[in-house]
Design a protein around this ligand. Structure first.
Ligand code: 5CA
Length: 439
């Protein structure tokens, strides 16, 4: 993509309405624009990141054997009346009336709708287990939408739902999601720690929040330091096998948010040097709630001995749009965002320091063509801005690599390759620079 053609409305000034760094940087980097309180439009740079996050989430859900569907954003109120949540959800639910006076709502979550889909299609234990997910916009009329996309009113969530005959089956599904969440966040270079959690309006008995550590997090968290050292991706996972050893490892250490924290237990269970007390951001939340929805909605199956039971269910959420902000909270510096490669909007920023110089242009066009031919995503700053402004913008938008072409280097046959995270710079021939980026 050529910078001169790209819709990238970056801001020089720091927006005053933004209280936290990710919100400020997302506005300054032209990633999103507020449409109304807690509701955002995603501009090209931000949309690329959102799609990359969604792709990783999808790949890991598919790998765990979860099947993708798509449910609507607008739901009928009837099902929610059957489950009893129509009243419980209160003002957080956006209620809509259609032209026939029917009560509708913008879904804050989908337990009722998925249970309705399931009950209409499944009758027998032979059709179990089932694991389904979708990635869809949700609406919660939060009292205080704030922190940009981190606590929005409209936000993108991945939500999965499991259906099993009994608790043992549900536990297997829960473990699959538990492990796939560890992998999902690790692929985004986040250290997400599962913590025992309250179940809130979703309900249920067993629940974990996945929390990443960041100073600006809304929650205070306490955990054992060993959890931070574990390399999740080093292990091969067989989703058809027994995942309880992995889950047991993660749940044997103390890890709790402030609402479940018990300082006596923390001090007794964690040696002094290993006590971690930080702030965190919840990026995922998983629940086992048994028959909380299947019972009132009549999602029953026949068992092998021909009786009928309500299926055991769980639901499993990931805040896809929240992750964009959460990753920035975990990975930035004074100059701007530092994208992990797996979610970066482009891998490389190619900077031409002298756009009106024929030789510089020639080298840049050649590099641009070769990077594209190698399917490396590249943003090519071909504009005639000052070099200081170009460097500042590239640092702000945080692409992992910067390839800088200037008249002095071109004379010597070299370009400069800078790694955004470390700031390390190297002068290389164009061929070696390309080999680094494509290798
Ligand atoms: N039905 C369950 C799981 S599918 C559920 O709704 N869980 S939740 O309420 O915990 O939400 C799942 C994830 O969505 C949270 O972990 C969080 O990352 C994200 N999320 C929740 N509320 C918001 C919000 N207002 N803005 C952005 N992301 C949110």
């Amino acid at each position: 993509m050529r910078r001169s053609a790209y819709f990238l409305p970056t801001l020089k000034e720091t927006p005053t309405e933004a209280q936290i760094v990710s919100h400020r940087l997302m506005l300054r980097a032209g990633m999103v624009r507020q449409a109304s309180a807690g509701i955002y439009s995603w501009l090209p740079l931000g949309f690329r990141v959102l799609k990359n996050i969604e792709r990783i989430v999808r790949e890991e859900q598919d790998a765990a054997g979860c099947q993708e569907i798509l449910m609507p954003t607008i739901q009928a109120a009837d099902l929610w009346k059957q489950s009893g949540r129509y009243e419980d959800y209160g003002k957080e639910m956006l209620r809509i009336e259609d032209r026939h006076g029917r009560e509708m709502l913008y879904g804050p979550t989908n337990e009722e709708l998925i249970t309705d889909i399931f009950r209409s299609a499944v009758r027998s234990y032979r059709d179990l287990p089932k694991l389904l997910y979708h990635i869809q916009w949700k609406f919660r009329d939060e009292v205080r939408p704030r922190f940009g996309v981190m606590r929005g009113r409209e936000f993108l969530m991945k939500d999965s739902y499991s259906f099993d005959l009994d608790f043992e089956g549900a536990r297997i599904a829960y473990n699959k999601m538990f492990v796939s969440y560890l992998r999902t966040f690790a692929r985004m270079e986040l250290k997400a720690i599962p913590m025992e959690a309250e179940t809130g309006p979703i309900g249920g008995k067993l629940s974990h929040e996945f929390i990443i550590l960041a100073d600006t997090g809304e929650t205070e968290v306490f955990c054992h330091g060993d959890l931070l050292d574990y390399d999740v991706l080093a292990e091969d996972i067989d989703y058809g096998g027994d995942l309880s050893p992995v889950v047991d490892y993660w749940t044997k250490y103390y890890a709790r948010t402030d609402d479940k924290h018990d300082s006596a237990a923390f001090e007794a269970e964690v040696p002094e040097g290993r006590r971690v007390q930080r702030r965190g951001i919840e990026v995922g939340h998983i629940f086992y709630f048994g028959d909380k929805y299947s019972e009132p909605l009549g999602a029953v199956v026949t068992t092998p001995d021909d009786t009928q039971v309500a299926v055991h269910m769980g639901s499993y959420g990931i805040g896809v749009s929240r992750l964009v902000g959460a990753i920035i909270e975990a990975s930035h510096d004074k100059a701007g965002i530092i994208w992990p490669e797996a979610v970066a909007p482009f891998k490389v920023g190619l900077i031409n320091l002298k756009a009106d110089d024929e030789k510089c242009r020639g080298v840049c066009e050649d590099l641009y063509g070769r990077l594209r031919a190698a399917r490396i995503e590249v943003l090519y700053d071909d504009s005639d801005e000052r070099s200081g402004a170009k460097f500042a913008e590239m640092d702000l938008i945080g692409l992992p690599w910067q390839l800088v072409v200037g008249p002095r280097g071109v004379k010597q046959g070299v370009v400069e390759l800078k790694q955004r995270r470390s700031g390390d710079k190297q002068e290389l021939s164009t061929d070696s620079a390309l080999a680094r980026l494509t290798g």
